[in-house]
Design a binder for this molecule. Structure first.
Ligand SMILES: [Fe+2]
Ligand SMILES: [Fe+2]
Length: 421
């Protein structure tokens, strides 16, 4: 059933609501009347599939509890049959563990609970549609068309992910990592490096316990990507720089989050630092000339960052942020990782699903770049024992960076942040 299409022609997208309660559908219809969207509704999955056969839909909002098939089973079918449709759940009945699993496996982009706030729901749906548009821009698609195949999700990573989802134990996870000697070695090296404070271990199983499954998971993808296409000497050097930068950002991010919001970062989000710059690794491997040109330009203009240099060279719509976010989206990474990759240099003013996490990442990134902007510095910091920044210094730096960024960007960074201390 389609609603109010005529009033809303030319809108941001086509969205389909699926809910077995007619009153819910009615109030959604009222709420979305003014939004610049084309609405479709269905009162069960079967009806929804009818709509999908006739119209192209950009985003589906589904209830969880429905007769016949639950919302997750329905969205799983949508994912199989129409992988490009954005999947959102709106429900009052799901337990936390189920929600987290659906979010981290990429089955559901975001979850809203009933009763919902119309303004928030509309803003976030608009944000998701805009994000999709931004990632489907012609510059980015042209860039990807110019290579023979898109970097695919590495097999070892997929295997690791499947094991996490069936809740395999550490021993089993270690077994998968150990299939690739160089990845296993790197994970041992990182867990042994002093800054994780883990002490020495020669067991991958123990290293996974020290680092945490989420972090290992993202190290596995970063490293297996790199194996996909071997790098030359200088490229390898740059690759290491990105890896070290990302590891430092990932290490400090939970601390910065705590300073900003006085509560711990969601443990499901503790590895977004590892993947935030994954677009740089893709650039390095698939577009090395572009990567070099960006670095050259950066060197000529003193104090210029990598991202600013990309913009200056005319790559505004296909910077490492879009490239990374596009692939993370393609590989079904959770929305928080996609937002982190896409917006860590250019935060949006509204609509973000994870504004606090993003702000912590933005400030941590600036902090790490300011502290170890020299590449060899960063390498030393990564290896050495005495480089840890104490909490007081970190707090002061973060407050300072936040002030500078707010001024520069005319962007109210963190209104919920307790200022001045
Ligand atoms: Fe970046
Ligand atoms: Fe970064």
């Amino acid at each position: 059933m389609q609603l109010s299409q005529s009033e809303n022609k030319g809108g941001l997208g086509h969205i389909l609501f699926v809910d077995d309660e007619i009153n819910i559908l009615k109030s959604l219809r009222r709420a979305f009347m003014q939004a610049n969207l084309n609405l479709f509704i269905a009162s069960n999955p079967e009806e929804a599939f009818d709509v999908l056969r006739q119209d192209s839909i950009d985003l589906i909002v589904s209830d969880y509890k429905m007769p016949g098939m639950n919302g997750l089973q329905f969205l799983q079918e949508i994912k199989n049959k129409y992988p490009s449709i954005i999947r959102v759940m709106l429900s009052g009945y799901v337990d936390n563990a189920t929600v987290l699993k659906a979010l981290t496996s990429g089955l559901v982009t975001t979850f809203f609970s009933k009763p919902w706030d119309n303004k928030v729901l509309i803003a976030k749906i608009n944000h998701l549609l805009q994000l999709k548009k931004r990632l489907n821009n012609k510059y980015l698609l042209e860039l990807f068309h110019s290579i023979q195949h898109l970097p695919s999700i590495p097999t070892l990573y997929q295997e690791f992910l499947d094991a996490i989802h069936r809740e395999a134990n550490y021993k089993e996870l270690a077994g998968i990592v150990n299939k690739d000697v160089s990845i296993a070695t790197e994970i041992l090296r990182i867990s042994n490096s002093a800054y994780f404070g883990g002490g020495r271990t020669a067991s991958v199983e123990q290293a996974i316990m020290i680092l945490g499954i989420n972090i290992v998971k993202d190290i596995v993808i970063t490293l297996s990507l790199f194996k996909d296409k071997p790098l030359s000497g200088i490229q390898y050097h740059y690759f290491n720089q990105v890896l070290k930068h990302s590891s430092l950002v990932n290490f400090y991010m939970p601390k910065v989050y705590k300073i900003l919001f006085e509560k711990p970062l969601n443990t499901q989000f503790t590895s977004v630092g590892i993947t935030h710059d994954i677009g740089k690794i893709i650039l390095l491997q698939y577009f090395p000339e572009r990567y070099n040109a960006i670095l050259q330009h950066q060197k000529q203009e003193e104090g210029m960052g990598f991202y600013e240099s990309e913009i200056a060279l005319g790559y505004r719509y296909s910077t490492h942020t879009e490239i990374g976010a596009y692939l993370l989206d393609l590989w079904n990474f959770p929305q928080v990782s996609i937002e982190a990759a896409l917006f860590h240099h250019s935060p949006e003013k509204g609509g973000l699903l994870y504004p606090d996490t993003l702000m912590a990442l933005l400030l941590t990134n600036a902090f790490v770049n300011g502290k170890w902007n020299d590449e060899d510095d960063a390498a030393d910091a990564f290896q050495a024992t005495g480089y840890q920044v104490d909490d007081k210094e970190l707090r002061e730096s973060i407050i300072k960076i936040r002030k500078e960024l707010s001024r520069e960007r005319d962007y109210q960074l963190g209104q919920s942040v307790t200022g001045g201390r």
